[in-house]
Design a protein around this ligand. Structure first.
Ligand SMILES: *[C@@H]1O[C@H](CO)[C@@H](O)[C@H](O)[C@H]1NC(C)=O
Ligand SMILES: *[C@@H]1O[C@H](CO)[C@@H](O)[C@H](O)[C@H]1NC(C)=O
Ligand SMILES: *[C@@H]1O[C@H](CO)[C@@H](O)[C@H](O)[C@H]1NC(C)=O
Ligand SMILES: *[C@@H]1O[C@H](CO)[C@@H](O)[C@H](O)[C@H]1NC(C)=O
Ligand SMILES: *[C@@H]1O[C@H](CO)[C@@H](O)[C@H](O)[C@H]1NC(C)=O
Length: 630
């Protein structure tokens, strides 16, 4: 039979097509990440798989550095990156979603994949993470100030459903089984530490996750490695993991887990190579040798684990949270702006001795890729003098209708910054009295006719103050929201949450003005003014020294100032509180700066004390209170 050229071509094409189809279905079949309970291991495409993961949060480092941080994580020998998703930044207003720019989560996940990493996704919706309200948008508490977060309260689940449906629909194509890098997805977060224990909620949430994830990735929970935490944390049908730090006896640490999940791979979802620090504490550190030893123990025991944090980063703006301790003296503990965490990679992205020690112990077990990584270049600049511009009290604020009793930030719809409460000293007031703001959240500068008369502070449980004045004088309380509690209690309304009394009598008729202080651009072009009253904005324009290079990273040294907020070129670098410490400087990433000859603008909002020198310094290394270092 004579075969035409065309037929040969078609034949070849058909064979090729058939092969493509076969390969397609064959690959599709083995593209799978799952648990082999019987053999206590994970299977990735049918092969045993152990992960060495590190936590790194896209929301704590500028997007331009995402790739750098991911690459450094991979270069240490890690094969997975673990990340929380922060609801509040992706849904800044109800029903308004943002997945662009600094919030481009898909881009972060794709970069991770490009750098050779798989991904563990922790979407909460509660994430703790030492973030404002544990990652929940504060507007939820405007919708319903009594909302029971982390429960099946329908006013809560209504918004959770919209958020999780939105998020997981966007990310479905990135699940491992769908061809992407996401191998695991966490349901809620350490629910066993939450006293409410609403199993209806966790079951409902599980089903919401299952709807999107199915078998395309492994769903898991994580909780403290003790019997108590494993009572309410685990959810039927969801793989259970635990958290513990260095120095633990591995066998012993997994015993409570093994009691309820006798088979399956062992996972430590939060292994702490460092720890968080609150204002007023010494810097938390964890000894490298302990990390190395426990890392080795876990690798030897085939444990899959995640360093929390491998890179900490920065709580820019008003994103840091607070802890709460049920003790009369220090019940409220706001967290630092720095989330350096004593992690293997520093806040500025530098590699530490801890980093190299970890890379070395990992290399005893797996081949560490030879990826070149280096520290960023830094710059210093000494003694930039700032000029006073305007008092906060003379700055534009949001004026709310006067109310008989004071309202909270959330009731008024103010989610960041400061709320100024003003009333008049009563007719009957006789020169002296005890002012009490019970359950003040969090810190109030108190003024009579705009003259400072004292400070009330939740951190040291100071809720009363003796004041003197005359009837009809203006009494003002400028209340600062220092970050919503992110762990334990989840109903932390800000401001004057109860009536304010003077000698036991309730003060009425409050004028309220909000200062969200997110946008301070009004300050920049104001003339210098020597007579401004605190709290006040100071600012200056400056040029970097003549260089064609891109600006390096630096730390704005605020020692000598007292308490406030720093902004550079419109970026809110976060809070400083130099008198409280231990943090004295704020990380300023180079990409926030303009290179020569363009001008840069720095704005400082100082709340409490006039700094006679009015100088800021740019330091190439972070500055901590004396006696502290990492
Ligand atoms: C859980 O749901 C069941 C059935 O709907 C209901 O009877 C029970 O009261 C709920 N429990 C809680 C804590 O809400
Ligand atoms: C670790 O704990 C296990 C189980 O409790 C125990 O058998 C073992 O002796 C412990 N190892 C060390 C080094 O203490
Ligand atoms: C780490 O392990 C080594 C070798 O077993 C031991 O000598 C050392 O004391 C351990 N260090 C710490 C801090 O546990
Ligand atoms: C770890 O896994 C390897 C390979 O599957 C196995 O040979 C070894 O016995 C396991 N070790 C432990 C402590 O389970
Ligand atoms: C806590 O406060 C009480 C009463 O003000 C005081 O007696 C006690 O010494 C304080 N404890 C600490 C640890 O500061």
């Amino acid at each position: 039979m004579k075969v035409s050229r065309l037929e040969v071509c078609c034949g070849v094409a058909l064979v090729l097509l058939a092969s493509v189809i076969v390969i397609f279905f064959w690959t599709k079949e083995v593209r799978e990440f799952k648990i082999d309970y019987e053999n206590n291991r994970f299977l990735k495409d049918g092969e045993p798989f152990q992960y060495i993961s590190g936590s790194l949060h896209y929301f704590r480092v500028p997007r331009v550095y995402w790739q750098d941080r991911l690459r450094k994580l991979r270069a240490a020998g890690l094969n997975v990156v673990s990340l929380y998703v922060e609801w509040s930044r992706h849904e800044p207003q109800p029903g308004v979603f943002d997945f662009t720019g600094e919030n481009d989560l898909e881009h972060f996940i794709k970069l991770a994949e490009e750098e050779g990493l798989l991904v563990i996704l922790r979407p909460g919706p509660y994430i703790c993470a030492e973030r404002d309200l544990g990652g929940y948008p504060v507007w939820l508490l405007h919708k319903n100030p009594k909302m029971q977060l982390r429960t099946s309260d329908p006013s809560h689940t209504k918004y959770v459903q919209i958020w999780i449906d939105t998020l997981l629909s966007r990310l479905e194509h990135l699940l491992y089984g769908n061809g992407g890098p996401i191998i695991m997805v966490q349901v809620e977060n350490e629910y066993g530490s939450y006293s409410t224990c609403d199993r209806n909620y966790t079951l409902w949430l599980r089903d919401l996750f299952v709807k999107h994830v199915g078998t395309k990735a492994v769903l898991f929970t994580t909780d403290g490695a003790a019997k108590g935490f494993l009572k309410c944390g685990p959810i039927p049908g969801v793989f259970i993991t635990v958290d513990f730090g260095s120095g633990a006896n591995i066998t012993k640490a997994f015993e409570p887990l093994r009691a309820i999940q006798p088979k399956g791979p062992l996972v430590n979802s939060e292994f702490y190579p460092g720890w968080l620090t609150h204002w007023g504490e010494s810097v938390s550190t964890v000894e490298t040798e302990r990390i190395v030893n426990t890392t080795r123990d876990m690798l030897q025991a085939n444990v899959s684990f995640n360093y929390y944090m491998f890179f900490g980063g920065t709580n820019f703006g008003y994103t840091s949270g607070a802890n709460y301790r049920d003790s009369p003296n220090t019940s409220f503990q706001p967290q630092l702006t720095s989330y350096d965490y004593d992690a293997p990679i520093t806040e500025a992205g530098d590699l530490t001795q801890k980093y190299f020690a970890i890379r070395s112990v990992i290399s005893e077990f797996v081949t560490v890729p030879g990826i070149p990584v280096e520290n960023s270049k830094k710059f210093s600049y000494s003694g930039l003098v700032l000029d006073p511009r305007v008092s906060l009290f003379d700055s534009p604020g949001v004026v709310y209708p006067e109310t008989t009793y004071p309202k909270t930030f959330e009731e008024l719809g103010l989610y960041t910054g400061f709320l100024l409460y003003e009333t008049r000293l009563p007719e009957t007031f006789s020169s002296q009295g005890l002012l009490t703001a019970k359950h003040l959240h969090d810190r109030a500068l108190v003024y009579i006719d705009k003259q400072p008369v004292g400070i009330l502070d939740r951190s040291n449980a100071t809720f009363s103050l003796n004041i003197s004045g005359k009837p009809h004088q203006t009494l003002s309380l400028l209340v600062e929201n220092q970050g919503h509690i992110n762990y334990g209690i989840m109903s932390d309304l800000k401001g004057l949450t109860e009536n304010v009394t003077l000698n036991g009598d309730v003060l009425l008729n409050w004028k309220q003005t909000g200062f969200p202080t997110e946008d301070v651009s009004h300050v920049v072009d104001l003339p210098k003014s020597e007579t401004v009253k605190l709290p006040a904005f100071y600012s200056q324009k400056f040029q970097l020294t003549n260089t064609a290079e891109d600006p390096g990273d630096t730390f704005v040294d605020m020692s000598g100032w007292t308490k406030g907020v720093v902004y550079v070129n419109g970026h809110n670098l976060g809070r400083y509180w130099s008198t409280e410490g231990p943090q004295q400087s704020l990380f300023l990433p180079g990409p926030f700066l303009h290179k020569h000859p363009e001008y840069n603008t720095i704005v400082v909002l100082e709340l409490e004390t006039e700094n006679s020198l009015r100088k800021v310094f740019f330091s190439p290394t972070p500055v901590w209170s004396s006696g502290n270092s990492r």
